[in-house]
Write a protein that binds this ligand. Structure first.
Ligand SMILES: [Zn+2]
Length: 492
């Protein structure tokens, strides 16, 4: 299915360009499977297209300046990336009317590849949540109406073809970010350069607002992890080798006794989540604060609600936003010690208008740098001794709040990127649902309909002996799948 995307690469560009003048025309031109227009074998064809001369239709204004800024502030965080210009309002309009949209991403070969799919409106927010709670200190707060936050899934109908989520951060739709997870592209991101630079530096830059950075999760630098720097550690070699292993496992399972079937049944669950953030996160840009809260959670749902059912197949967890809160600048938590901050937001005296109740969780977006290279922390670990009340107990205030840093890190780790922010949030929430580092894996395969997607799972330790929070794939090891399923299914 997927190689078709490559064949229509030039059409894809054409479609986007035409869409600028007429979305109706673009719809008529949307590529359909049909007679092959290219008289070349596929492998020669892609070379032919790659060498085709002509201006890049995705060129950003002042692109050299933008690239210089990214090089300066990203440093080595993303080994390979590209910048592309896709006007946000146009993209939103195409998605709103249900076009087949094509968005460039960087694939596992570190080449630009169009990701294509039908867009469908999406939000994880419960319709009962119409206002956000802005906390002013003590127990004082005001409520503000939530802006229209446009978000869409792309693809996602047939998991073989991958799934993506794009969230617009502001009402003008000029800033957007999103991720796809796909058997050939891998786990890849697109994000507004201006909002990324804001997360990296705290500053606003006068640059083309329609310019976005695209990069692949496998091009995010691993930090202080020597094996990852081994040039023979080739992703395709790894994929092939472990895919074979996984296939052998699957065949074994098919022929084993019927207990496997029971274990293999999927748990479907909606878990309520209350989103929360500190004053610096709010003050960074109050026009995008609720969009930024939505966006990272949408990527977490991409992992728990779309990818897991298609791959590990142990659970389908859909996080539903039942509350949105934030502290105003100069109020609320300011602890840079992650232990203290985690304790503070999990404490009985911590103020929330809408506390997460039993069987619910909360996530606290941190808009400043936590000390010691810490990306995030969970209030507890379900089912581990000492943490048994984390999820699903009868206590009013459980240890069910996790925190995650959203901005640049003085220790050089990359939490500011969408990739880092999403991986960290997915990781910390998984702790509260029973996932553990010890059950993480460096060489695991996603399984299911993606047997060739292999790599480091989300739960491997970010501390010494593990990997940094980036450079990991969007799935859990089989062991963590089972732990999470156990915790959630036993919660009462
Ligand atoms: Zn962890």
């Amino acid at each position: 299915m997927k190689h078709i995307k490559k064949m229509i690469f030039s059409f894809a560009i054409l479609t986007l360009v035409l869409a600028l003048s007429s979305t109706a025309l673009a719809r008529a031109e949307a590529p359909e499977p049909g007679p092959d227009p290219f008289p070349y074998p596929a492998h020669e064809r892609s070379e032919f297209i790659a060498e085709e001369p002509g201006p890049d239709p995705f060129q950003c204004e002042d692109q050299p300046y933008i690239e210089a800024l990214l090089n300066e502030f990203l440093q080595e965080a993303i080994r390979d990336y590209d910048v592309v210009r896709i006007p946000g309002p146009m993209l939103n309009e195409m998605m709103r009317i249900g076009e087949i949209v094509e968005i460039p991403f960087i694939n596992l070969l570190e080449e630009r590849e169009m990701y294509m799919g039908v867009a469908q409106p999406y939000t994880a927010r419960d319709e009962s949540v119409e206002t956000a709670v802005v906390k002013m200190g003590g127990q004082e707060y005001f409520e503000e109406p939530l802006p229209q936050i446009n978000a869409y899934t792309i693809g996602c109908q047939d998991p073989r073809d991958g799934c993506g989520v794009i969230t617009f951060l502001n009402e003008e739709n000029t800033q957007y970010e999103g991720m796809v997870s796909d058997p050939l592209i891998g786990f890849a991101a697109i994000e507004s350069v201006s909002s990324l630079l804001k997360n990296l530096t705290g500053e606003d830059f006068a640059i083309d607002p329609n310019c976005s950075i695209i990069y692949n999760g496998n091009a995010v630098a691993a930090i202080d992890f020597s094996e990852e720097n081994d040039p023979t550690d080739n992703v395709f070699y790894e994929m092939g080798r472990h895919a074979e292993m996984h296939e052998a496992e699957l065949m074994h399972n098919e022929t084993s006794d019927s207990d496997e079937t029971k274990e293999g049944s999927m748990l479907t669950k909606t878990i309520n989540i209350v989103l929360d953030s500190d004053g610096t996160f709010y003050g960074s840009d109050k026009n995008t604060v609720w969009g930024r809260q939505h966006s990272v959670l949408h990527n977490v749902n991409l992992i728990y609600h779309w990818i897991e059912p298609a791959t590990g197949g142990q659970f389908d967890i859909d996080f539903k936003i039942v509350g949105m809160e934030s502290w105003l600048p100069n109020s609320g938590p300011t602890n840079t010690d992650s232990d203290k901050l985690t304790n503070e937001v999990n404490g009985t005296s911590y103020y929330m208008k809408r506390h997460p109740a039993k069987n619910e969780v909360s996530f606290f977006y941190v808009g400043y740098d936590l000390a010691g290279g810490i990306a995030g922390q969970a209030g507890g670990i379900c089912n581990l001794p000492g943490y048994d009340d984390t999820y699903g107990s009868n206590q009013t205030h459980q240890k069910n709040h996790a925190i995650g840093q959203q901005v640049a890190d003085a220790s050089g780790y990359q939490f500011a990127t969408l990739y880092g922010r999403s991986a960290v949030m997915a990781h910390e929430i998984a702790h509260m649902l029973g996932g553990t580092h010890g059950s993480g894996q460096k060489n695991a395969c996603a399984g299911g309909v993606w047997p060739n997607v292999c790599g480091t799972t989300l739960m491997l330790s970010g501390a010494a002996g593990g990997v940094d929070p980036d450079y990991r794939q969007s799935f859990f090891s089989d062991a963590n799948d089972k732990q999470i399923k156990k915790c959630v299914s036993e919660a009462k």
